[in-house]
Ligand binder design. Sequence first.
Ligand code: 5AD
Length: 337
Amino acid sequence: MDWQETLLNKQNLKEILQTDKYDEELFKTAREIATSIYSNKIYIRGLIEFTNYCRNGCYYCGINKSNTKVERYRLSLEEILNCCEIGNSLGIKSFVLQGGEDGYFSTDYMVEIIKAIKTKYPKNALTLSVGEHSYETYKRFFDAGADRYLLRHESCTLEHYNKLHPDNMSLFNRLKCLKNLKEIGFQTGCGIMVGSPYQTIDNIVDDILYMYDFNPQMIGIGPFISHKDTIFKNMPNGSVPLTLRILAIMRILLPNVLLPATTALGTLDKKGRQKGIFAGANVLMPNLSPEKDRKKYLLYDNKIATNEEAVEGLSKLKKLISSIGYEISNDRGDYKY
Ligand code: 5AD
């Protein structure tokens, strides 16, 4: 069967998403495609959560601006560089700076941070995940040396997007940001939460087709997990099997895409990350944030922030990955064009 052709049909997608009947073949196909391009290598991104201040009020997110229970923190440039140093000494060749949309980190300051990291670690890739900004700001980040940018679109269906976000946020702007990022030359990542409140199977089908059309270099897909201090606290968590199915589908549709087995997947299922790799994922993002702040960057409840998932457990992670027939790569892990 030509899986790619099959998956470009809405009706087929709907059926495949809603049954476990095809999983075995789907996952096997996705895995084979991943290994044909990236062999058995799993790329590592050291995640540095450098601020949990945020100007936005996304209803699903634990660090949204309305959550007064969060103890807010910002890392200094020195602390950020210290995280990079720890990562680099462990052989991590790719860093992700992630934070809320925090005005304290002005464009000028971000440019200073990017330049400082890239000057000290010229061989390492730097990814930003700092939300929506103007074309000019993104261009300055890029010219300062940032290589990649993650900005999940969350939902390409206006009605659904608006159920997840307050009125001052716009799907139009988000998609425009993604276009700008790609045009500027970033390796760009979009993505969704699986099982976010009010999401329908049709929404997921449209997101899959949107991602296929946008053809990003990276895709972030993880299950929604409710956070106790948000208005979605009583909403059910996303499904692990459905998440795995969507990972496999995206691997088949976009063979070269860099696809993480996310922390959220590992949070809902102890074996989530291994399962993600078996469904075609080829990236892991261990945490490089300082221990003292890690528990303050909680986008959702019960986030894993201990040993194996954290950098301290990198050697454990290496063993785990090799026990399933894969190998942690020590290179930047760029997109293969
Ligand atoms: N559950 C799962 N993922 C979440 N994110 C934010 N809040 C949650 C949650 N409650 C994801 C969003 C965002 C990324 C940084 O984290 O998709 O883009």
